[in-house]
Design a protein around this ligand. Structure first.
Ligand code: NAD
Ligand code: UDX
Length: 469
């Protein structure tokens, strides 16, 4: 196997950035260059005051240790490709918005452009690693493109190495991964390439956690893992609706169910719905794949996980409207949190977007606070969610403020959309004094002490808590 000395990562996003920064930290003998076409993003990675383009606990510390030593960020994609022995392709693979498979299939345009660039530029042998999440058998298309466009004598070995990090915990996930998965062709060359990448991870990951499998299994495992994780959330959220209707408590149900060692306690937190750039996209991708393989029952099974999530989000909006005497027109609502989960500034598919859209369509006024999300991002997301509402109208109905306390002032209701730690420490007594009465709190993340708030005087609704005693 080739001993990897130089790595290039194409795509300096949520995955490429943290993943390759950690490789640089753990492998000081390897030079790592992360390249991206987006100048602003690369500039942010290179900014002298470490104003990095993504917020991720622990990331800045890693970048501080390696940047300029063996970690570089650049827009010179060609140079990165030319110099590297191993290239990660870590570009975005969003859901297609138009054309065949629109709304389901993954848009592989970015993967293909990156692959074509590698073929056009490379003058020596490369190990090309699919890091992006892609449909099963994408590696085959990549190989065809590389082989059809390369110089004679240049060899490409393709590996699949999907990433399992979660945002908000990316650095700890990368330091101590449950597993690293590497898929390769089962040929001698494929296995040798697999060994080369495995040796990189072996610098800090115990050998028994580095799993090597066939290419197609590796690609499918990534979709499978996300589908099964999201399925757990949809299962618990479906049960949360039953809890609310019966007087059962979803915390107690999840606890009791999760105590079964075959089920396990993790990832059973009922919520206003899952968000993030991966779950919905990857399940829809799996649905599309199943349909293309003429497996309609399999497609319908997975599609239901996404449908349950849509239902959960709209069910929560409806609870707000119903509880506020069946109308929120002209009412003032505070929304706490806009990120799709705590400890990230990422808003992709955030359930907060759907909630606020629903509130605006009911012509309510929304005051919003999130500790990390940029204001410009909020306007972008809301305009996209409300294509028929001009931005000026949205801005008349939405106010962005800089603290939770300020957001709640003089409002009729507070809606918790993200489980930021600081929302667990709110001085509810102070909030209550400054709210219109009756004062309502809707907790979409199960972070408040409902009994305590009721004592203060609030009317409280928590996801998954029945009212009937
Ligand atoms: P992202 O949008 O944050 O980053 C992708 C980057 O690739 C962008 O900065 C874009 O400018 C760049 N890019 C696109 N085409 C390029 C090209 N031809 N040359 C150079 N740069 C190019 O996306 P992300 O969240 O990092 O996700 C990347 C992949 O990893 C996706 O397939 C995603 O499904 C997968 N993934 C994401 C996560 C996550 O938590 N975000 C976790 C696991 C896997
Ligand atoms: C997910 C996968 O966890 C990760 O392995 C994969 O690489 C990328 O997709 P991510 O989307 O970053 O990671 O975060 P995750 O922690 O999985 O949360 C996704 C969504 O589910 C969030 O909106 C979160 O709030 C929600 N969630 C999670 C719940 O509602 N309940 C839970 O019990 C867990």
């Amino acid at each position: 196997p080739v001993q990897v000395k130089k790595i290039c990562c194409i795509g300096a996003g949520y995955v490429g950035g943290p993943t390759c920064a950690v490789i640089a930290l753990k492998c000081p003998h390897i030079q790592v260059t992360i390249v991206d076409l987006n100048q602003a993003r690369v500039d942010a990675w290179n900014s002298p005051d470490y104003a990095l383009p993504i917020y991720e606990p622990g990331l800045e510390d890693v970048v501080r240790q390696c940047r300029g030593r063996n970690l570089f960020f650049s827009t010179d994609v060609d140079k990165g490709i030319l110099e590297a022995d191993l290239i990660f392709v870590s570009v975005n693979t969003p859901t297609k918005k138009s054309g065949v498979g629109a709304g389901f299939a993954a848009d592989l345009n970015y993967v293909e452009s990156a692959t074509r660039r590698i073929a056009a530029v490379a003058t020596s042998n490369k190990i090309v690693v699919e890091k992006s999440t892609v449909p099963c058998r994408t590696a085959e298309s990549m190989r065809t493109i590389l082989e059809a466009n390369s110089r004679t004598g240049t060899r490409f070995d393709i590996l699949s190495n999907p990433e399992f990090l979660a945002e908000g915990t990316a650095i700890t996930d990368l330091f101590k991964p449950d597993r690293v998965l590497i898929g390769s062709l089962q040929t001698p060359e494929g296995k040798a390439a697999c060994q080369s990448l495995s040796d990189v991870y072996a610098n800090w990951v115990p050998k028994e956690r580095i799993l090597t499998v066939g290419l197609w299994s590796s690609e499918l495992s990534k979709l499978a893992a996300n589908a099964m994780l999201a399925q757990r959330i949809s299962s618990i959220n479906a049960l949360s609706a039953i809890c609310e209707a019966t007087g059962a408590n979803i915390d107690e149900v999840a606890h009791a169910v999760g105590f079964d060692s075959r089920i396990g306690p993790k990832f059973l937190r009922a919520s206003v719905g899952f968000g993030g750039s991966c779950f919905q996209k990857d399940i829809l991708n799996l649905v599309y794949l199943s349909e293309s393989l003429h497996l309609p029952q399999v497609a319908a099974y997975w599609r239901q996980v996404v449908e349950m999530n849509e239902y959960q989000k709209s069910r929560f909006s409806k609870t707000v409207v119903d509880t506020l005497f069946n109308t929120i027109t002209g009412k003032h609502i505070a929304v706490l949190g806009f990120a799709f989960k705590a400890d990230t500034g990422d808003t992709r598919e955030s359930p907060a977007i759907s909630l606020i859209r629903d509130f605006l369509l009911e012509r309510a006024y929304v005051t919003l606070y999130d500790p990390q999300v940029e204001e410009s991002q909020i306007w972008l997301d809301l305009s996209e969610a409300l294509p028929t509402m001009p931005l000026e109208t949205i801005k008349k109905q939405v106010n962005i403020v800089h603290s939770a306390l300020e957001a709640c002032k003089q409002k009729e209701a507070v809606v918790i959309a993200t489980e930021w730690k600081e929302f667990k420490e709110i001085d509810w007594q102070a909030v209550y004094q400054n709210m219109s009465k009756p004062a309502f709190v809707f907790d979409g993340r199960m972070i408040i002490d409902a009994d305590e708030l009721r004592k203060i005087g609030f009317t409280v609704k928590v996801i998954g808590r029945g009212e009937r005693v």
